[in-house]
Each structure stands twice: as structure tokens, then as C-alpha cells.
Design a protein around this ligand. Structure first.
Ligand SMILES: Cc1cc2nc3c(=O)[nH]c(=O)nc-3n(C[C@H](O)[C@H](O)[C@H](O)COP(=O)(O)O)c2cc1C
Length: 168
């Protein structure tokens, strides 16, 4: 086991670049079944006096059903050497293949039996606090949003409390 627990509030400033410098794997599910997908959008911050991580998942994703059916999700930041895994998890659906087996990733479990990957440099284990659909009528800057929703399939936003963090 490479990863060691750290306090979410002690994460470095570098970690705040999680979603701009890196494309992590978002994983939801449990010990029986789970699915990872690559994500590029999200954020870290503070809500209701808790450290939180926000992610955005289109309802067409296979991962979406696991986000809905489970109370926890994880965000695993893989090293550069796992580029192929990130590519596969961002281009193939878990409906069609077992992405974890295909990538040869090692699954570990955190709070709520939430699955994450031991190959990661950083892992956040999150407990869902809030979820809300993004909607066309709520967009303020149409030009910013429009290119991403030409075919609908709007994201659902999930805010999770970071209940555990692990670093290599
Ligand atoms: C770099 C990158 C970033 C992505 N970011 C997101 C994201 O933030 N939200 C999302 O819903 N899909 C995102 N995707 C698309 C999913 O990763 C992709 O559709 C994946 O195949 C879904 O897998 P699933 O059907 O097994 O859930 C991204 C893909 C890539 C390559």
C-alpha cells in the first residue's frame, strides 16, 4: 500500500490545481461493482464549514448511476505514467468493458467502501452533501456554456465532503 492518509485540511496549494493541471479519475461504487471515468472539471473548496470537492457528471455516463446509487465517490490523481489508463477511462464506457481490469489498476477502499486506486499520487474520498442538475435556464454566460451542450446531456453537480485524503 503506497498511499498514506493525510488530513484534507493539510493538502498543499498544489492540490488546488487538481482539475486544471491534471485529469483525475472519478470512481463510484462499492466492493461488488464500481466504475471509474476521467474528469476534467471540478473544484476544491469549503462549504458548510467542511472541506469539499465538486464534480460534474453528465447523465449519459455509466458512472452517473453509481454516483446516484452510492453515498460516496472518490477522486484519484494518477501519475503521468498512467496516461494510457486516463485515456481509456475517458474514452470507453464501463458499460462495454471492465476498465479497471483493462488498465490493471489496484483497487483499495476508503470510507463507505468507496473504491480508489493505489497507483494514485493523491486520493480524495468524498461523501455526497449536495447534488443539483445544471439547467439551461440557470446559465448566466450563454457563450461560455453553449459549446458544451449542443446535444443537451447536462451535467449534474455533486458536492462531496472530503472525509479522507491519501497521498503517496
Ligand atoms: C480529459 C477528459 C475530461 C473529462 N471530464 C469529464 C467531466 O468532467 N464530466 C463528465 O461527465 N465527463 C467527462 N469526460 C468524459 C468521460 O470520461 C467519458 O465519457 C467516459 O468514457 C465515461 O465513462 P463511463 O460511461 O464508464 O462513465 C472527460 C473525458 C476526458 C478525456
Amino acid at each position: 500500500m503506497r498511499l498514506k492518509p493525510v488530513n484534507a485540511r493539510d493538502l498543499s496549494l498544489e492540490t488546488l490545481r487538481l482539475f486544471t493541471g491534471r485529469t483525475p479519475l472519478l470512481t463510484a461504487g462499492d466492493r461488488n461493482i464500481c466504475n471509474p471515468m476521467t474528469i476534467g472539471w471540478g473544484g476544491l473548496g469549503e462549504l458548510w464549514q467542511k472541506p469539499v470537492c465538486t464534480v460534474y457528471v453528465r447523465q449519459s455516463r455509466y458512472t452517473f448511476q453509481f454516483m446516484e446509487s452510492h453515498d460516496y465517490f472518490t477522486v484519484s490523481v494518477l501519475p503521468e505514467s498512467c496516461r494510457d489508463a486516463l485515456h481509456l477511462c475517458g474514452s470507453k464506457s464501463g458499460r462495454d468493458l471492465d476498465k479497471i481490469a483493462a488498465c490493471g489498476l489496484t483497487v483499495r477502499y476508503g470510507a463507505g467502501d468507496a473504491p480508489f486506486f493505489d497507483e494514485a499520487e493523491l486520493v480524495l474520498v468524498c461523501r455526497k452533501l449536495y447534488a443539483q442538475d445544471m439547467k439551461p435556464e440557470c446559465v448566466i454566460d450563454q457563450a461560455a456554456a453553449e459549446p458544451f451542450y449542443k446535444e443537451g446531456d447536462w451535467h449534474r453537480m455533486y458536492v462531496g465532503e472530503v472525509v479522507e485524503a491519501y497521498q503517496a
